[in-house]
Write a protein that binds this ligand. Structure first.
Ligand code: SF4
Ligand code: SF4
Length: 502
């Protein structure tokens, strides 16, 4: 069948600059560039280009520019070129359109519509260079009161439930072995250790090389139960039950067969080359009571020594679900917003299902406070955190800490080209191909992650100091520190913040 799909991108090569070194041929994993011997020139197969920018960065002559191919369909606000392309693609393939990373629709990022406060005259600001500002955070159930024995030295008499101690309120979100390669997970693990935070191995099991990072690891239990066994549960510092994720609420996980090589197949306990499909629901969870059974089964299996988190996608009734989760005995609720990323998801689900994390977070925090159970659980916000400002705003909206996924991958080199599902990530990230994986050096990648978190730590302290707050704990749910700009009355009401100027 002849394709009616024009190339999405056009490769422009400056022939005056190009010295035919063929570096672009080596770097491109999609076979875009080639050398024409007859004409003695470099040419491009534009239809293969995904705009990953690898060739642009590696061309020693800066001879390449990639441009979006703006097809001149007649202007139509309803039948946009994206919609026309999707229909044509499905007419040619008969399949759901797969995509990677998070939703890229406009108007779903509310962080940019929230502005932070700063002290002036009264409640003076604090200079983080001269005075201590605490950004250490503990995740887990908090006691209503603590009893101290004051005989000589102070001794805590109250028995605390297990907690995660974060030196910075930012953790690395679940990214599974298979979705990415071992070098990526190794980089995340090393950075988590160095920064005093945690990484999450996702639902693909745990490679034995990562066992040594167990004190900084959150292990995930998802509906497919890939790689879950007693040793796995006990090796991590916490366990996360994954009910849903922001990029694909209501459907299961999908690791395309192209990415299931020998080692991944072993880890997941499935045949090589088969799609790893985790079911949409956990087949043993149909109620909060069932969830409670799993929470306590995992606590029992790990000697009640580790906090148990439950991760859900931000959907319409998240607050009510979170209330149930808080009563199920879970220690941490993770809420993943509509902009959360994934290795592979049907585009129609990614772009149309779920709600922004800002609304879900605000309503969950408020509901738990109104019900008097806010301290029964910690809240981790996930999906769309791009900067230290987003972290601070999330905490002011009610989060105890955040997860970052895309930001961590971008720090390592990802250009958000959204082709993770192909298994050919030219940056050596979302690929399990042994040769392409070598492009990511775990030592260098972990250094980039450490730099990122260190920079965010400095900025978080600056913002706290500016607000006259010396502890991140005092910012949690402190919405007086937020104002909305360009938001409707109902949006402000749900976020429970005032408009700028009031
Ligand atoms: S990498 Fe740059 S200079 Fe080398 S062949 Fe490609 S376009 Fe030409
Ligand atoms: S991880 Fe790789 S394939 Fe996925 S968006 Fe980033 S650069 Fe593209």
């Amino acid at each position: 069948m002849k394709t009616y799909l024009p190339p999405e991108y056009i490769v422009k090569r400056d022939v005056k600059l190009c010295n035919k070194c063929k570096v672009c041929i080596q770097q491109c994993t999609y076979g875009v560039h080639y050398y024409d011997e007859k004409e003695d020139c470099m040419l491009s197969r534009d239809e293969n280009c995904v705009n990953c920018q690898r060739c642009v960065f590696f061309c020693p002559k800066h001879a390449i520019i990639i441009r979006k191919n703006l097809v001149s369909y007649r202007k139509n606000h309803h039948w946009t070129s994206e919609v026309i392309t999707a229909v044509k693609k499905q007419a040619e393939t008969g399949r759901a359109i797969l995509t990677g990373m998070g939703c890229d629709k406009p108007n779903l990022t509310y962080w940019d519509k929230l502005l932070l406060n700063a002290s002036q005259v009264t409640n003076p600001s604090i200079d983080p260079l001269r005075e201590p500002i605490e950004i250490r955070t503990y995740l887990g159930k908090k006691s209503k009161q603590v009893e101290l024995a004051l005989t000589g030295e102070v001794v805590l008499k109250t028995e605390l439930t297990p907690q995660l101690c974060l030196e910075i309120p930012v953790m690395f979100a679940a990214i599974s072995y298979g979705a990415v390669n071992l070098n990526v997970q190794e980089a995340l693990a090393r950075a988590a250790v160095e920064c005093g935070t945690y990484f999450n191995c996702g639902e693909g099991g745990l490679h034995p090389n990562l066992y040594r990072y167990g004190d900084h690891l959150i292990v995930q239990v998802a509906s497919g139960r890939f790689g879950v066994h007693p040793e796995y549960l006990n090796i991590g510092a916490a366990i996360e039950i994954k009910i849903g994720q922001g990029a694909k609420p209501g459907i299961g996980g999908h690791l395309p067969g192209e990415k299931v090589g020998k080692e991944i197949a072993e880890m997941r306990m499935i045949p090589v080359g088969t799609d790893a499909l985790s079911p949409a629901p956990h087949h043993d969870i149909y109620s909060i009571e069932d969830l409670k059974q799993l929470v306590y089964a995992l606590k029992e299996a790990t000697g009640y020594a580790k906090p148990v988190a439950v991760k859900i996608a931000a959907v319409h009734n998240t607050a009510a679900i979170a209330s149930g989760i808080a009563r199920s005995g879970a220690d941490i609720i993770v809420i993943d917003g509509v902009l959360g990323a994934t290795g592979a998801a049907p585009k129609v689900i990614r772009d149309n299902v779920g709600i922004p994390i800002e609304f879900a977070l605000a309503s969950v925090d408020e509901r738990l406070r109104n019900e008097g159970i806010r301290n029964e659980v910690s809240i981790v916000a996930s999906g769309s955190i791009r900067s230290s400002a987003d972290v601070v705003k999330a905490i002011a909206l009610g989060a105890d800490a955040v997860y970052i996924g895309t930001a961590a991958l971008v720090a390592m080199g990802c250009t958000v080209c959204q082709r993770c599902y192909t298994g050919k990530c030219p940056w050596g990230i979302a690929t399990t191909d042994p040769e392409i994986s070598k492009r990511l050096n775990p030592e260098e990648a972990s250094r980039r992650l450490i730099n990122l978190l260190n920079a965010w730590g400095i900025e978080i302290k600056e913002m706290l100091g500016g607000m006259g707050i010396n502890s991140i704990e005092s910012l949690r749910g402190n919405r007086e520190q937020l104002r909305g700009i360009g938001l409707s009355e109902s949006e402000l009401r749900i976020l429970n913040i005032k408009p700028a100027g009031r």
